[in-house]
Design a protein around this ligand. Structure first.
Ligand SMILES: NC(=O)c1ccc[n+]([C@@H]2O[C@H](COP(=O)([O-])OP(=O)(O)OC[C@H]3O[C@@H](n4cnc5c(N)ncnc54)[C@H](O)[C@@H]3O)[C@@H](O)[C@H]2O)c1
Ligand SMILES: O=P(O)(O)OC[C@@H](O)[C@@H](O)[C@H](O)[C@H](O)CO
Length: 455
């Protein structure tokens, strides 16, 4: 990113201390959320973070020139506020394997967080690590040889944990922060599966020494654009080539142990609980399920962002239909759900935030199975044909066939082939879950709804 005029540079008042927290997936959300909680924790300065990009080096390079500092822009209809976040001490490219391993070997490092997208966990149909994938198979060989350079998120995490074991650096907490139900047990299963294929003794060490923390994370954080860079310069006089824009609302619910300590995130607003599941289903079904509905229905109707789309009565109807079904599976009072939905409408309608439907519509093959299918299955088991869930699936199908926002996907090749085939509805539904085809009335309902959506 570049700006045409120059302002002040961001400068750290005093050097950051030694790194104690490593993050994988240096993107916008981690910087609006986990790094922000540490920045706001009273002891946050004792927990400097080193973050590694998932793939490209560009953001790490930009942040390194700013000494890890960046501006968090909180966007409200009445105006923006600007805060400089200082908890990110070091930003590294994914390729900096030496630094990655060195942090894991350091007993002072006690936390590893991840935001690598739903697809980044490399899971197969059974939910465990998919060793049939070329990249996972290559990582397995690299890990077995002991001197290779794994590239997938699970491969890099297993390499780091093997290094920690060999260094005798002690227990550590691994904290996935992606929108996945039961993300702690999911990541644990993926890493144990991969580690076991490398060396069963390593898997046993991970089982004994690594705590997998489950989380629910929430803060709407769009991709940063060139105009956000210009907005920071205009609003603060600072040239920041890596700002993050976000909404005022934030929520973080965690369950699990931190054997090597953690910042006082609770003092910054995080909630520590015994069981994240009720928080996770509420957020994943009501917020993210609605988001996916908005992304596919809204983009088919020509909208570009969430605020525009939710103002369209047809999109709002689709969201209301979805909520009326999803809420039946929540173990919360009607009043609490009503309040939650009202707050979501307000968040979605925030016109200061340009949350692109293209961003939300990405990777539907990974998102719809966790956001929408549990409600669909529950309703079908009860003998109902849920209009909201059917609309979400149908809009995804229509978007795939029309070459819309659903086509940017970890399984894009399969989607393209299915969409171009003779039976697109059946073949696309198979990508989400092959057992959907066993339900003939459902397939008929999707075919009809796809037509209604104007394919
Ligand atoms: N943006 C939000 O509003 C938001 C809110 C809650 C949760 N999240 C979670 O955070 C994730 C990241 O969102 P973001 O806004 O930071 O996105 P982003 O594109 O800004 O950053 C994503 C990071 O993940 C890495 N990554 C992407 N695919 C990967 C893969 N296959 N393997 C390893 N690394 C990979 C990227 O290189 C990048 O470092 C989301 O997928 C979601 O699960 C996001
Ligand atoms: O981040 P993704 O790509 O998993 O999903 C897109 C949005 O639904 C999501 O980012 C929400 O904005 C977020 O989960 C709100 O906390």
């Amino acid at each position: 990113m570049s700006t045409t005029s120059q302002g002040h540079a961001l400068e750290r008042e005093r050097p950051a201390g030694p790194v104690r927290h490593v993050h994988l997936g240096l993107g916008s959300f981690f910087r609006a959320h986990q790094a922000w909680y540490t920045d706001n924790a009273p002891d946050g300065a004792e927990w400097p973070i080193a973050a590694f990009s998932g793939r490209s080096a560009a953001l790490a390079e930009r942040l390194t020139t700013q000494d890890g500092l960046y501006t968090l822009v909180t966007q409200r209809p009445e105006g923006n506020t600007y805060d400089v976040v200082g908890s990110l001490a070091r930003a590294h490219a994914a390729s900096d394997v030496e630094a990655w391993l060195a942090y894991f070997a350091d007993p002072g490092v006690g936390i590893v967080t991840t935001t690598v997208t739903e697809a980044g966990y490399c899971r197969g149909a059974d939910g465990g690590i998919d060793t049939e994938r070329d990249d996972v198979a290559a990582d397995l060989m690299a890990l077995r040889s002991g001197d290779g350079r794994p590239t997938t998120a699970p491969g890099r995490l297993v390499a780091g944990l093997a290094h920690r074991r060999d260094a005798g650096a002690g227990p550590i907490a691994v904290v996935p922060c992606d929108n996945l139900p039961e993300n702690g047990p999911v990541l644990r299963g993926v890493l144990l599966g991969l580690a076991d294929a490398v060396d069963p003794a390593l898997a046993a060490w991970i089982e004994a020494e690594v705590s997998f923390v489950s989380t629910m994370v929430d803060r709407i954080t769009p991709e940063t654009t060139e105009s956000d860079v210009d907005g920071v310069l205009a609003g603060t006089g600072v040239t920041d080539r890596a700002p993050v824009v976000t909404e005022p609302f934030s929520e973080w619910v965690l369950a699990g142990e931190f054997p090597a300590g953690r910042p006082d995130w609770a003092a910054a607003g995080a909630l520590f609980v015994d069981d994240v599941a009720p928080h996770e289903t509420r957020k994943l079904w009501m917020l993210n399920g609605a988001h996916s509905t908005i992304a596919y229905v809204g983009s088919l109707r020509g909208h570009g962002n969430v605020a525009e789309a939710i103002a369209d009565p047809q999109v709002r109807d689709a969201v209301d239909a979805w909520w009326s079904e999803a809420r039946q599976g929540l173990d919360v009072s009607a009043e609490v759900v009503d309040d939650y939905c009202a707050a979501l409408v307000e968040r979605f309608a925030n016109t200061a935030i340009d949350h692109r439907l293209a961003q939300i519509g990405t990777d539907g093959s990974q998102k719809l199975p966790v956001r929408v299918l549990p409600t669909l299955r529950r309703e079908r088991a009860a003998g109902n044909m849920p209009h909201g869930a059917v609309t979400a699936l149908s809009a995804w199908v229509a978007s795939c066939v029309r070459g819309g926002v659903a086509c940017r996907d970890a399984r894009a090749d399969e989607i393209r082939d299915a969409a171009a085939g003779r039976n697109p509805v059946r073949d696309l539904l198979t990508i989400l879950d092959p057992t959907l085809l066993d339900d003939a009335p459902l397939v008929t309902a999707v075919v009809r709804r796809v037509e209604e959506l104007g394919l």
